[in-house]
Design a protein around this ligand. Structure first.
Ligand SMILES: [Cu+2]
Length: 139
């Protein structure tokens, strides 16, 4: 009985040891060349045209590897090289395309250039000052 138990424990320990060995370098590789990060940014996109516009603007940011915007959730999922860019720069690109990015309101100038169907109400106003009117109507 004792030897069986010891063998079980030894096998168990060996299994953990090998699992750790294969797991540790595995996680490093899974992060992909070290600097790849993913940011999820809530935008004011309303349709497929918005999606194209925002994806093009984000993709133009140096260091961005991939961007996918889900129109239903309005969330842009951005894969980027953290050594070359950061979420603030990505948000700025979205803002300059005429859309809000998380808590940043859209650039009013860019917003006013959007087609009417793409003007999300309140997108270029700070979310703390909700007046209800879209900035496009004020000018
Ligand atoms: Cu649109």
């Amino acid at each position: 009985m004792k030897t069986v138990k010891f063998a079980t424990v030894a096998m168990f320990m060996a299994a953990i040891f090998f699992a750790m060995l294969s797991f540790m370098p595995g996680t490093v590789n899974a992060q992909g060349k070290g600097n790849t990060k993913v940011a999820e940014i809530k935008t004011s996109a309303v349709c497929g045209m918005c999606k194209d516009r925002i994806e093009a603007a984000v993709y133009a940011v140096k260091g961005v590897k991939a961007v996918v915007l889900d129109v239903d959730t309005k969330v842009a999922t951005v894969k980027y090289n953290a050594a070359k860019t950061n979420p603030d720069k990505i948000k700025t690109a979205i803002v300059n395309a005429g859309y809000s990015a998380d808590d940043l309101p859209a650039s009013e100038k860019a917003y006013n250039k959007l087609p009417g169907c793409c003007k999300a109400p309140g997108a270029c106003e700070s979310k703390t000052t909700k007046t209800g009117a879209s900035c496009g109507e004020k000018h």
